[in-house]
Design a protein around this ligand. Structure first.
Ligand code: RIB
Ligand code: CA
Length: 316
């Protein structure tokens, strides 16, 4: 089967970096047209640098990296707020991963423009846009090209929560909280959406046993992933949790093995007015499955997801 053309928008970010390592390890399954970066976990200068560091580590200088939005559509960047998400990703954004200088530079151009240009250059219904950070770049691309929403095969995101509450506030997940206006625009764009919220990522956890199995794999990408996951595990323990969820690799694993996940048709609306519930995703399952705009991911076979991750990271 031909490789799936994919654009990956991210804010590396420790778990974004693991998702990148996975996506860059499977050229036979994912034709990565570009990596686009957005401010989120850490400022844009760091996310744009970190994506290139991971690209070099994965030996994939062939994949262009573009820098995008340095702030949300209308809000102040969250890393400037009291939430200080660098506590979750470290001051570099890549935890304790030793930083090696990236080989390649950024590609010229603004990430939302690159998303439009690359997607519209391929036949309708063929390009998948994966977004695992705040949805600012995606919303800007959809606004720049009104035909993009119907031209894309789908948008696969990590973001939101239904039964799992929130992780940046009691009622909101970070990616949606960081830019709720962008998220609302994406969920109502008309593009087919697959949404991996906390409901599924909290069930796919990087336990010490799973980290140890990755750490035993003698490849550079596996060693990097193990270091990234060890850092996240330390953060999880420091806030009273037994392990860290594997957020951003879930959409990539879903592309590779959708049968490992369960979904329900839904409609999603994002709270943009109330400061108390800013970024809350109202996930409505009472929809017509034939016309529902969102496939909400409800669960996963976590052991099989990690087995897939281990297998792909073991490639030389
Ligand atoms: O809530 C999890 C999401 O927020 C992940 O994308 C992680 O990288 C952080 O950005
Ligand atoms: Ca992310």
């Amino acid at each position: 089967m031909a490789a799936e053309p994919v654009i990956l928008d991210c804010d590396p970010g420790v778990d974004d970096a693991v998702a990148l390592l996975l996506a860059l390890a499977v050229p036979e399954a994912i034709e990565l047209l570009a990596v686009t970066t957005v401010a989120g976990n850490v400022p844009l200068a760091l996310t744009a640098r970190n994506a290139r560091i991971v690209r070099t580590l994965a030996g994939r200088e062939d994949v262009p990296v573009f820098a995008g939005a340095e702030r949300p559509l209308v809000r102040a960047p969250t890393f400037e707020a009291e939430h200080g998400p660098s506590a979750f990703h470290g001051e570099t954004g890549l935890g304790t991963l030793p930083l090696t200088a990236p080989k390649g530079d950024l590609a010229d151009g603004f990430a939302p423009d690159a998303i439009v240009k690359l997607a519209m250059a391929r036949p309708a219904g063929t390009v998948t846009l994966v977004a695992v950070g705040p949805l600012t770049n995606v919303a800007l691309a959809l606004a720049a090209e009104p035909l993009l929403a119907e031209h894309l095969k789908r948008i696969v995101i990590m973001g939101g929560a239904r039964s799992a509450g929130g992780n940046i506030t009691a009622s909101a997940e970070f990616n949606i909280y960081a830019d709720p206006e962008a998220a609302q625009a994406v969920f109502t764009s008309g593009a087919p959406i697959v949404a991996h919220g906390l409901d599924v990522t909290h069930a796919v956890r990087a336990t010490p046993e799973r980290i140890a199995r990755i750490a035993a794999i003698p490849t550079a990408r596996a060693q990097a992933a193990a270091e990234l996951l060890r850092f996240s595990h330390g953060v999880a323990l420091s806030i009273g949790n037994p392990s860290a969820p594997l957020h951003d690799p879930c959409p990539i694993a879903w592309l590779l093995a959708p049968d490992l996940f369960t979904t329900r048709p839904a409609r999603v609306a994002v709270e943009c007015e109330s400061e108390l519930t800013r970024g809350h995703t109202a996930v409505e399952f009472r929809v017509d499955p034939a016309t529902a705009p969102v496939a909400w991911v409800t669960g996963a076979d976590a052991d099989a997801v990690f087995a897939l991750l281990e297998d792909r990271l073991a490639r030389a």
